[in-house]
Design a protein around this ligand. Sequence first.
Ligand SMILES: NC(=O)c1ccc[n+]([C@@H]2O[C@H](COP(=O)([O-])OP(=O)(O)OC[C@H]3O[C@@H](n4cnc5c(N)ncnc54)[C@H](OP(=O)(O)O)[C@@H]3O)[C@@H](O)[C@H]2O)c1
Length: 201
Amino acid sequence: MKIGIIGAGNIGQAIAKRLARAGIPASIANSRGPSSLSSLVRELGAGITATEIEVASKADVVFLAVPWHIYAEAVSGLAPWGGRIVIDAMNAAIVGPDGFQPADLGGRPSSSVVAEQLTGARLVKAFNTLPAAALASEPGADGGKRVLFVSGDDASAKREVAQLIERLGFVAIDLGDFEMGRRLQQFPGGPLAGRNMVQFP
Ligand SMILES: NC(=O)c1ccc[n+]([C@@H]2O[C@H](COP(=O)([O-])OP(=O)(O)OC[C@H]3O[C@@H](n4cnc5c(N)ncnc54)[C@H](OP(=O)(O)O)[C@@H]3O)[C@@H](O)[C@H]2O)c1
């Protein structure tokens, strides 16, 4: 299974680090091109390679980890997605003078809005609830495992993403469809967003 990461900032790097630690190869891309990521991939180790966005987007599982206000530009021209899984790790938040404000989505789940841009993709919302530093750190904590929440309208895609999450050492909890994700895991506002939760055996 090939994995690509679009976005190489806090969240893209956190995901790449966890994949590297689990021995799962992946490619990572930003808008400035692979040469701008050479020191990052050196630090992450042999399994992580820097690539172009178009190449990362052709992986079997693609993480979307760019700021909300530029995601449409970041994915433009990448469709059709041919049934590949896209993990929406983004939060539909706009930074304003008073901190994070929710983007105006007319009450729709942010991933439903994203799905409209990603023709043919099997979209899953995940990896958006933990702050980047917590996501980057060891998933094992205090004898338990950190929790990542998953939501989406495609049950088989969610199962594949949950399996990947568990391979990384986290616990995956399926919240339901995108609408349940909107209510529970969307940031800002969702009660699970930003929570660093640990499940004990
Ligand atoms: N930070 C957190 O704790 C956190 C937690 C949960 C979810 N999130 C969500 O995760 C997403 C990413 O957040 P972040 O904190 O990682 O942001 P960030 O640190 O600002 O990183 C954004 C990345 O996107 C890249 N980028 C910008 N324009 C691009 C384009 N057109 N095409 C491809 N890549 C582009 C940037 O690199 P270049 O400018 O070099 O292209 C950079 O690597 C956001 O939606 C955020 O809401 C963040």
